[in-house]
Ligand binder design. Structure first.
Ligand code: UT7
Length: 325
């Protein structure tokens, strides 16, 4: 028995913020952003929209795509670094808004690895008797972006993706293997300092701009490449497969240079790597489900294909998950 993705749904806000728009906000250039990151534009929520609003639309679309009713959902797992608020969980808000039964609903804080961590948890739950698990990755990162810090504000975007994970007793398709890891020793390289119990909100925390994303991009870059390669190798090892068996690699979409370095080390040609960060930037926990949905819509995934997803995010957290379609 395997767990498989029976339906996917995504939603990105309509408002587009291009590199040229950013040129008017901070001292940057389209050329710098494109060559250093691969990003051309990203989607941005309006001031009245929060993460759960994006998550609800993606979740409803995934449920419809899976051909189930909201009442059939047995658990809701939501990965996000930008919850509507610290508590209650954004997953609980989604539970009520999609008309699910009063089932288990919780957020996971694993940064950009949130969706993959969620799929890994869903896989384990399915093997323990659950069915119809809704896994969501959703972010409104523009709400915590410092639009005076050119080193971070050009990188991120908003969006949501969701999947309904079900039991498969019939054929070979489903989650084959996964690998997850974390290491908190370098947490300071990527974090949002204030608003929690370490530095509660105060006049000073606002004045010092401590409620925004802080990142040492260069250091994070090196760790990201290493972790994505490790994730791919370890996930494939567990399945007794090698990179050449993979039909499509779907990496977390943070930076084209991280993706290219990962693919090169694995000897996977870029034709077999899905990239859409040029249009969305880094949408953190939403990046992999959005990429998976678009890859499927573009016919890049066929029945029987092996698809490998790898992620890396704040924590640091990282991991891989291999699926047979
Ligand atoms: O989702 C997982 C977490 N995030 C990531 O994986 C992101 C990882 N890091 C990266 O993607 C890259 O490190 C960045 C894109 C953030 C930065 O690229 P880099 O090649 O590592 O550049 P850098 O930080 O070493 O900066 C190079 C120069 C600096 O100027 P100086 O000190 O050499 O004069 C920066 O001040 O580029 C400057 N710079 C910019 N210039 C124009 C930094 N941001 C910008 C900008 N526009 N937006």
């Amino acid at each position: 028995m395997k767990a498989y993705i029976a339906g996917i749904g995504i939603y990105v806000p309509e408002k587009v913020l291009t590199n040229f728009d950013l040129e008017k906000i901070v001292e940057t250039s389209d050329e710098w952003i494109r060559t250093r990151t691969g990003i051309r534009e990203r989607r941005i929520v309006d001031e009245n929209t929060a993460t759960s609003d994006l998550a609800v639309i993606a979740a409803k679309r995934a449920i419809e795509d899976a051909g189930v009713k909201p009442g059939a959902i047995d658990a809701i797992i939501l990965g996000t670094a930008t919850p509507d608020m610290l508590f209650p969980s954004t997953a609980c808000i989604v539970q009520s808004k999609i008309g699910a039964r009063k089932v288990m609903a919780f957020d996971i804080s694993a940064g950009c690895s949130g969706f993959l961590y969620g799929l890994g948890i869903a896989d384990a739950m399915i093997k323990n008797g659950y069915d119809n698990i809704l896994v969501i990755g959703a972010e409104a990162l523009s709400k915590v972006m410092d639009f005076t810090d050119r080193a971070t504000c050009v990188l991120f975007g908003d969006g949501a993706g969701a999947a309904v994970v079900k039991k498969n007793n019939d054929d070979e398709s489903g989650i084959i293997s996964s690998y997850f890891a974390s290491d908190g020793s370098d947490w300071k390289l990527l974090h949002q300092p204030a608003g929690g119990s370490r530095i509660p909100a105060s006049e000073e925390s606002v004045k010092k701009r401590l409620h925004y994303i802080k990142m040492e991009g260069n250091e994070v870059f090196k760790l990201a490449v290493r972790a994505m390669i490790e994730s791919a190798i370890e996930t494939l090892k567990k399945a007794n497969l090698s990179p050449k068996d993979i039909a499509l690699l779907i990496p977390h979409q943070a930076n084209i240079r991280i993706i290219e370095a990962t693919a090169k080390r694995l000897d996977i040609p870029m034709e077999k790597v899905y990239v859409n960060l040029d249009r969305y930037g880094n949408t953190s926990a939403a990046s992999i489900p959005i990429a998976l949905a678009e890859a499927r819509a573009e016919g890049r995934i066929k029945k029987g294909d092996y698809v490998l997803m790898v992620a890396f995010g704040a924590g640091f957290t990282w991991g891989g998950l291999l699926m047979r379609m």
